[in-house]
Each structure stands twice: as C-alpha cells, then as structure tokens.
Design a protein around this ligand. Structure first.
Ligand SMILES: [Zn+2]
Length: 322
C-alpha cells in the first residue's frame, strides 16, 4: 500500500508523476492526466499549463506539499527547451526544441526506403553530357553502315535503327546516372540516427504531400535557398496512411509546420551579433599584437640608452593597460 503524498491517505491504486505518489482524488484535483507525459504544442502552452496547475495547487492547502515537485517537473521540460515530438509513421521521429529539431531515422531499412521514395520527388537532370563507350560504339556502327551503303535504301534502315538504339541507350544511361547521383545526395540528407537542425539556419518550413505518393514530407528550407533546391533542404518524412486517409497525422504535420515557422520567425537573428563579436575579438587581438611590437621598440630604445628605465616602464604600463 502506498501513501498519497498530498493527503496522506493510504491507497492501493495511485497516479504518479516523477517520484510523487498521489491518490486518484488528488491526481484529479491537479488534472494530472491533462499534463503528465504530454507533448505541448508550444513553449507558451507549456508555461501556461504550469501556471494554471500551480494556481490550483496554491488554492488548496493539501497540495502545497507537492508544489515543489510539480514546479520541478515543469521546469525540467522548460530547461531542456523540449516542445513536442511526433512519430511520422514512416520510420522517422521529429523532436522539436525551442531552437533546434532532431530528426531520428530509426534503422537502415527504413532509411533505404525513404531514399527510394525521395527519388520520386526529384526532377532528374538529364542534360549531362554523356560520353559512354557503348554509345560511341553503336554510333560508329551507324556511321560505318551509312558510309558502306551510301545511296542504297538499306542505308536509311540501318542508320535509323542505329540512331534509335543510340537514343534509347543514351536515355537509359542518363537516367541511371541521374538516379545514382540523386541517391548518393539523398543518402547525405537522410542520415541514420539523429540529425540535428539548428532552426536559425533555416528561413522557412514547408510541407508536401501528393496523393499518388506513399510518403509526404516536411521540408526545412535553409536561408538563401528555395523549396525547389531539393538537395539543399532537409526533410522529415511521414506516412499519411495506406490510402492517404490518415487525416490525423496530416493535421498534426500542418500544426507542426505552423509551430516551426512561428519559432523560426521569432528566433533572434544571432548571426549579426556573432559576426560583430568575432570582429571585436579580432580587433582586440590585433591591438594586443601592435602593443607588444611597440613595447619591443621601446625596449630597444632603452637598451640603446636613448630613454631611461623609468620612461620605458611608464610606456610599458600604458601599452599593457596596467
Ligand atoms: Zn490524496
């Protein structure tokens, strides 16, 4: 039998949070089930919930015993910056903190699957010059045929066959090459395990889902890039269900997009300050170096007897800011 930490009643069945044991009645009073182990839509909602629960606690004398535990519980959440997490049902989990996200890809099989699916979204660039040996060979046969049978009706037939063979081969090769290239790039984007995205590096988040595709995605667009720069962006994949009818996950994804865009737009633009800091640091270093050179010069003057020991020490103090 356990004892309720708030009202000291002995109970068989308890509702717990952290290491606090509560009877059903006390748990209900502080609406435990509404906040325990919950994902919050935003930091604002988390803080509001904390304040709300604390005000219930302070209006009930029994509850003051657990006030500190409740505070700690919420503060742990707030300190970590954790906001929410979502399993996309496509082998990836997205965890959102107040200034970064972690995309976790669970295993190699799921990752390969996502790389294949990502390929369906890519416009392959087939304009690369192709100097494939096999194509050259066919092309030469075509030319040879043309030269040998010039003037003959057969010529046209052979060279036409050769030409269509070349075109077919060329197309195949280009497609293969583009496919390989995009797979290699996609492999870099969809990394196994945790991938951390610092939200200050991104300008916007967009979502995409096509009914004829198995997976949709949340696209993180870096500053200075567009959504069409597919390989420069980062992705979180989700599955809207077998028939594309999982409204619930699509709704959640849209909410996440709004949360993320709101967070991105309100994040302090650190970059300017960072640059300034680095510059200040550099100029400080430069000044210090200049001062050392100056001191050496004065030391030379001292050694040569041009200035006195006293004058040198005075100058040295000045330059070292002593
Ligand atoms: Zn109780």
């Amino acid at each position: 039998m356990d004892t309720c930490k708030a009202c000291n009643t002995k109970v068989f069945f308890t509702s717990d949070f952290s290491d606090v044991c509560l009877c059903k009645n006390c748990a209900n009073q502080i609406k435990l089930s509404s906040w325990k182990d919950r994902n919050f839509a935003s930091m604002e909602e988390l803080v509001n919930t904390k304040n709300n629960i604390l005000s219930i606690i302070s209006s009930n004398p029994n509850m003051t015993k657990i006030k500190k535990s409740v505070e700690d519980y919420f503060n742990d959440y707030i300190d970590s910056g954790f906001i929410t997490s979502l399993d996309g049902k496509a082998g990836q989990k997205l965890t959102i903190f107040n200034d970064h996200c972690i995309i976790t890809t669970k295993n190699e099989i799921k990752r390969d699957e996502l790389i294949n699916r990502f390929d369906e979204y890519i416009d392959h660039d087939l304009d690369d010059e192709d100097d494939d040996d096999e194509i050259k060979a066919i092309s030469n046969i075509g030319r040879l045929g043309k030269n040998l049978l010039r003037g003959n009706i057969v010529t046209t037939g052979i060279s036409m066959v050769a030409e269509s063979m070349i075109n077919e081969k060329q197309k195949e090769r280009k497609e293969e090459k583009a496919y390989e290239l995009s797979r290699r790039k996609a492999k870099g984007l969809i990394s196994l395990g945790d991938r951390t995205l610092n939200l200050k590096d991104y300008s916007k988040v967009e979502t995409y889902y096509a009914a004829n595709k198995l997976y949709g995605y949340v696209q993180f667009i870096p500053k200075g890039k567009k959504s069409t720069d597919m390989f420069d962006c980062d992705y979180f994949f989700y599955s809207p269900g077998v028939f594309g009818h999982n409204i619930n996950i699509k709704k959640k994804i849209e909410q996440l997009k709004n949360t993320l865009n709101k967070m991105i737009s309100t994040l302090p633009s650190k970059t300017e300050d960072d640059v300034k800091e680095v510059k200040e640091e550099d100029s400080h270093k430069k000044n210090t170096n200049d001062n050392f050179i100056e001191i050496r010069k004065y030391k030379e003057l001292l050694d040569e007897g041009i200035i006195t020991e006293e004058e040198f020490n005075k100058k040295k103090k000045e330059l070292l800011n002593l």
